[in-house]
Design a binder for this molecule. Structure first.
Ligand code: UDP
Length: 198
């Protein structure tokens, strides 16, 4: 689809509703992907060599912050609205409950993903939280841990994985897992599970 280029990053000019619909349509088509919610801080990091590749590797980038929406208007290529990870975890959970999609929560501190999951289910009865995983420090370079995690994910067979590991770790880990779970959608959600857990 068409994109708005902001500071060299291609952003999808879509609403949160269209973002949710896109992910669900992709799932219907048997395709997974990575959804990147880029705020101002992340946009800066995407302009640096260490993380620059992530903007291109993500299947969809949305604008997580009003400054990005304002900037898009100033340059004459308006984005319709801000689309935040903190909101998307709720909107995607709601649609997942409606459609019977399976959700897995990865990352955040001990107990946080379980509590966030319980909140998502409380708001959206029938939602299937098919697993949570709270990885220890340094897990991403621990081959044994990554293999175990991949096994647990493959057994859980999620449609959606919310990854709360902070940018850019959450996107790097998601891309690694996506290679083995090509029909699953991953979204880096930063502190959204902490917020949902209360
Ligand atoms: N986090 C984690 N493991 C890590 C780094 C971060 O589980 O190695 C979690 C952290 O507990 C929090 C989430 O990642 O739940 C978001 O972290 P941060 O606030 O740094 O990310 P941001 O919201 O700024 O992208």
């Amino acid at each position: 689809g068409h994109t708005v280029v902001l500071d060299g990053v291609r952003i999808s000019p879509i609403s949160w509703r269209q973002t949710v619909d896109h992910v669900m349509t992709e799932l219907d088509a048997g395709r997974g992907g990575l959804l990147l919610t880029a705020n101002v801080d992340i946009m800066y990091q995407l302009s640096q060599p260490e993380s620059g590749d992530l903007a291109d590797k993500a299947n969809v980038v949305v604008a997580d912050g009003m400054p990005l929406v304002w900037a898009s208007h100033l340059q004459g290529t308006p984005l319709p609205e801000r689309v935040t990870g903190a909101d998307l975890v709720w909107h995607l959970s709601e649609e997942a409950a409606v459609q019977g999609r399976r959700v897995f929560l990865l990352g955040a501190g001990p107990g946080v993903a379980e509590r966030a999951g319980a909140e998502f289910v409380r708001q959206n009865p029938g939602l299937q939280i098919v697993g949570t995983d709270c990885p220890p420090e340094g897990f991403e370079s621990d081959e044994q841990y990554m293999t175990g995690l991949l096994d647990r994910l493959q057994a859980a067979a999620p449609d959606l994985v919310f990854v709360a590991l902070g940018f850019p770790k959450q996107e790097r880990v998601a891309l690694q897992l996506l290679e083995h779970l090509p029909k699953t959608w991953f979204m880096g959600c930063g502190g959204a599970l902490d917020m949902a857990a209360g």
